[in-house]
Design a protein around this ligand. Structure first.
Ligand SMILES: [Zn+2]
Length: 503
């Protein structure tokens, strides 16, 4: 089945960048002659982990591979719209498979290149040598989806062998200890309910969709969640978004994601903000406890951090020549490790905190220093100037007249106007953004659980090579950037006051 060219065009551009092969025609021929077979035996028809894993694999593979054959119960395909089902070969004709993906322990395919897979509890199993013998219980869709992302990554590595990569031959890994315990890790179930006091997801693209897709069915959530994104789904998204199909083109991205969440979690209040974060920040109440930035630009990530959420979860992908990475971060202003803005300073020529204040407010550095030193208060004239400089609605700024001048400098007043050079984000391969979203979903859930002493949480940054194999060293502790505004007492005090943190 030929996929319409405009959608695939972006794939070829991506692959050309990653593999440093600008010959699009050769790439195209290569992809068209690469076939993947997925075999799902009847005996697993009631195995929820395998069903979820298989669904995700069949969802993602046809987004960059043109010939995907599936042998197994068609009930797994029931949630796909017709356009997607038409991209999957259901076992007709002669078949020459480049990679065969096999679920269960009893199928021995007649193929050279086999990936045996499975998952149980918090663990993933992928092997080129022998089938997975694990008991598929307990059900945990997070590890099932993580396994799916890794397997799609293995297919990607085999499709483009010219890119340096590390292929899996035998891999048993869990998301709690990161492979340091005996596998599978089946204890520590997901709690029966999880409460989000006030969670905001900014960015409902490929990574945001993967994140919500991973979270939506795992437990009963309650509390409040908001989704912020200005964009609608467009054809080019179909090359990597798990929820983008021909049938829902033009639908708001916030709409798709909030429907998924609401459908599985009637006990949670969901809010949609179909607008840019900077607009949302001007219009809405101060940022809530937890904010996830799944956006594709540095400016918004820094603006979110400047808005002083209690916790900022950061999640990203990075594509360039011979590079395909994804990662996540857990950030606070007061903690010992990097805030979400620290990590972006090296590429921005390290403006000092005072320089950022000057950019933000339109005052000169000297003026700001003088007024801070004399414990000055905010005047109406000041708010007029800031409104003129930033375009922020004057009504939002009225509240701070008469308050200490330093309050004009932190992000809570809705003054955001940082302009930095941004390289255009290159679209990643589907497994990278998918793994990024699922990994962050896992971390958010683990933070709500009581964990054993062997658990290794992401306390600062996690950085993965999507062409490598995940391991415990991907979790890192990064120190603050010495010039970042998170070192500044003005921000630290505002943060501590906002969240009632006493030192
Ligand atoms: Zn910082």
């Amino acid at each position: 089945m030929l996929v319409p060219d405009p959608i695939r065009a972006k794939n070829f551009e991506t692959l050309a960048v990653i593999s440093n092969n600008n010959d699009i025609n050769t790439l195209r021929k290569k992809i068209d002659s690469f076939g993947v077979e997925v075999i799902f035996p009847k005996e697993l028809e009631n195995d929820v982990n395998s069903i979820i894993c298989c669904y995700a694999i069949l969802n993602l593979l046809p987004r960059f591979i043109t010939t995907v054959r599936y042998t197994g119960p068609t009930s797994i395909l029931k949630d796909f719209p017709p356009s997607h089902i038409s991209k999957i070969n259901l076992g007709e004709g002669v078949w020459n498979s480049s990679v065969t993906i096999v679920f269960g322990k009893n199928t021995k395919p007649n193929s050279q290149n086999v990936l045996y897979i499975g998952s149980a509890g918090w663990s993933s199993y992928i092997s080129t040598k022998k089938p997975c013998e694990w008991n598929p219980l307990p059900v945990n869709s997070l590890s099932a989806l993580y396994t799916a992302g890794l397997v799609v990554g293995e297919v990607f590595k085999r499709l483009l062998p010219e890119i340096p990569s590390e292929k899996i031959s035998h891999f048993e890994y869990d998301l709690i200890t990161h492979g340091t315990e005996k596998q599978p890790v089946v204890e520590h179930p997901v709690p029966e309910t999880i409460h989000f006091e006030d969670l905001t997801l900014v960015g409902c693209g490929a990574v945001g969709q993967a994140l919500v897709f991973a979270l939506k069915g795992i437990t009963r959530f309650w509390g409040s969640v908001s989704f912020v994104d200005a964009d609608k789904l467009e054809p080019s998204n179909e090359q990597r978004y798990i929820g983008a199909f021909e049938e829902n083109r033009g639908v708001q991205k916030t709409e798709i994601i909030s429907q998924w969440f609401a459908q599985f979690n009637p006990g949670i209040a969901t809010f949609r903000a179909p607008m840019k974060y900077e607009e949302y920040a001007k219009l809405s109440k101060p940022l809530g406890e937890e904010v996830i930035s799944a956006v594709d630009n540095e400016k918004t990530r820094i603006n979110i951090q400047a808005g002083l959420p209690k916790v900022q979860w950061n999640v990203w992908t990075d594509t360039s020549q011979n590079t395909l990475r994804y990662g996540a971060g857990y950030h606070t202003i007061g903690g010992p490790y990097q805030c979400a803005a620290c990590g972006y300073f090296p590429t921005m020529g390290t403006p000092s905190q005072m320089e950022m204040n000057a950019i933000r407010t339109g005052f000169t550095k000297e003026d700001i220093e003088k007024r801070l030193a004399s414990n000055d208060t905010v005047t109406e004239q000041d708010t007029l100037q800031v409104a003129k400089n930033t375009g922020a609605p004057i009504a939002n700024l009225k509240e701070i007249v008469g308050r200490p001048f330093e309050e004009l400098l932190h992000g809570d007043c809705g003054v955001f106007r940082l302009e930095f050079h941004e390289a255009p984000a290159v679209a990643p391969a589907p497994h990278a953004s998918f793994l990024a979203g699922v990994f962050l979903a896992v971390q958010i859930v683990l933070r709500k659980m009581k964990l054993p002493s062997s658990a290794k949480l992401m306390e600062s940054i996690a950085d993965f090579d999507a062409l490598g194999i995940p391991n415990v060293n991907c979790l890192m502790k990064k120190q603050k950037h010495p010039k970042c505004f998170c070192n500044d007492p003005v921000y630290q005090d505002s943060y501590n006051k906002k969240w009632n943190i006493t030192k």
